[in-house]
Ligand binder design. Sequence first.
Ligand SMILES: [Zn+2]
Length: 245
Amino acid sequence: MRIKFLALLIFVNAIFAQDTLPLFVPRKPEKPMMFCAAQKEWLAAAANFEDWEEVKGIKNLVINMPYATFDNFSGHNLYCGIQRAFLHKDAMQKLKWAANFLKKEKPDYKFILFDAARSNHAQEVLRSAVRNTPWQHFVSSPAKGSIHVYGMAVDIGLLNEANEPVDMGLPYDSFAFYAGEKGEAQAISQGLLTETQIKNREFLRSIMRKSGWITLPSEWWHFNAAPADTIRVKYEQPLPLPLPQ
Ligand SMILES: [Zn+2]
C-alpha cells in the first residue's frame, strides 16, 4: 500500500512539478545488449522503402549516432554499431535546405546528426528505460508512434570551426526541464543556462525553422519535418507494429 502511495506521489509530482524533478540518470543495464538482428532487418527494410533515402553526401554534416554505441541513456547498442541514417525524402529535402542555410551563415560550422529514422524495436528499448518513471513523457511509446519511426524527425546539433560541439548548455538526450525552449526562461533566471547557450540554441532553431522544420519545446536537438499529427496519418513506416487483434 505504501509503495502504491509513493508511486502516486511520484506521478502527481511529475504532473505538477516537472521543473523540480531531479535530473534523470537511468540505471545502466546489468547486461548491455547489442540489437543486431533487429537492426539489420530494419536497415534492409529502410534501404528498400519507397520514398526513403540514406543520409549521405551532405558536406557540412557528420553522422554520429549515440544509439549505435553503448554510450546513450538506455546503455544498449541499439543500432549494432552501424552508423547509417535514413529519412523520408520530404525530410531529406529539408535537411539539405538546412545544410545550405548553415553553409551561408556559418561556413565553418557543421551539423552533427545524432539520430534520424528509427525502428519501433529501438523505440521500445528506449521507452522501456523510462517506462513507469516520472520521466516517461520524454520518450514516446511505440504504440503511440515516435515521429522518428516515420523517417520524418531528426536529432541534430552543431559543430564549430574547431570541430567541437557547439555549447547548448545540456548534452543530447538530457532529461532536464530546460533541455528545450520551454524551460529556457526559467533556466536563465536560475543561472542554469547562459545567454550564449541560448543564442546557440536559437541559431540552430533559426536555421531549421527556415528550412521547414518544426521545433519540439522540450528538446533543443529534435525537429519534425511536418506537424506530428499529419505525419502519423500521411506517412508510413518500413516495419509497422502489428495491428492490435
Ligand atoms: Zn528526437
